[in-house]
Ligand binder design. Structure first.
Ligand SMILES: C[S@@+](CC[C@H](N)C(=O)[O-])C[C@H]1O[C@@H](n2cnc3c(N)ncnc32)[C@H](O)[C@@H]1O
Length: 216
């Protein structure tokens, strides 16, 4: 009986300290099938949801398979969006003329602008180096991050456009000196497969952890 009472008291204190010291946020992770960022915030106690047209690779009741624009009206404190970069990234520049001509690039830009200006108080848009910097209303990214700044032995220069958020501080810088490109540019060397695009666009765990620990 005494043990049960002590457990109850300890659990009450624990819950109280959680309420006092942490503010639980409603976090929307848009255009995320992987669940990596959603789960990093959930692990810190936040009410984190992912939304994508695709099902989640980590099935979870807090994944909505649907259109992100049907979800942005909610009571969100923070949103992290990973909009498609197929028509925006500089790596696909060879196809820009046709994508400009048929309007695909402009539609992709407007998709991102709509997310950035959606009114959620804290916003992060994540996208590779591309035309957003020069052709969109959101302008240059607030910062570029690299996986090697957050515990991975790899490079992938990624822009973060931030509103109401501080730039991420590196959490675990890795020295890539002497490492073969097959390691540091692993994603370039992936063999063809139906999942190749998914593997290439999944958020690095170290970056997701940094977002959750520094913004959560
Ligand atoms: C570059 S991937 C981002 C992947 C992300 N980094 C992750 O780890 O899951 C872009 C994603 O946007 C999704 N998407 C495209 N249009 C969407 C929309 N209107 N609503 C929700 N998701 C959308 C695609 O299905 C795709 O999974």
């Amino acid at each position: 009986m005494a043990v049960a009472r002590r457990r109850l008291i300890l659990s009450l204190i624990n819950n109280l300290s959680t309420l006092v010291f942490y503010s639980i946020m409603n976090v929307l992770v848009g255009c995320e099938y992987s669940g990596v960022v959603r789960d990093a915030f959930a692990a810190r106690g936040h009410n984190a949801w992912s939304v994508d047209l695709l099902p989640s690779d980590r099935p979870n009741p807090k994944h909505v398979q649907g259109d992100i624009f049907d979800m942005i009206e909610g009571d969100w404190d923070l949103a992290i969006f990973h909009p498609p970069c197929t028509d925006l990234a500089i790596s696909g520049a060879a196809h820009f003329p046709e994508k400009i001509k048929d309007g695909r690039q402009q539609r992709a830009i407007e998709f991102v602008e709509r997310l950035y200006y959606c009114g959620i108080p804290r916003i992060c848009i994540e996208n590779p180096v591309g035309v957003l910097s020069t052709k969109s209303r959101i302008g240059k990214p607030t910062q570029y991050v690299q996986p090697y700044e957050h515990g991975h032995f790899e490079t992938k220069k990624t822009g973060l456009w931030l509103r109401g958020l501080d730039p991420l501080v590196p959490t675990d810088i890795k020295d890539l000196t002497g490492l073969p490109k097959k390691v540091t540019q692993r994603l370039h060397y992936l063999p063809p497969s139906p999942d190749r695009w998914k593997i290439r666009s999944t958020t690095y765990q170290g970056i997701a952890n940094a977002m959750a620990s520094q913004w959560g």
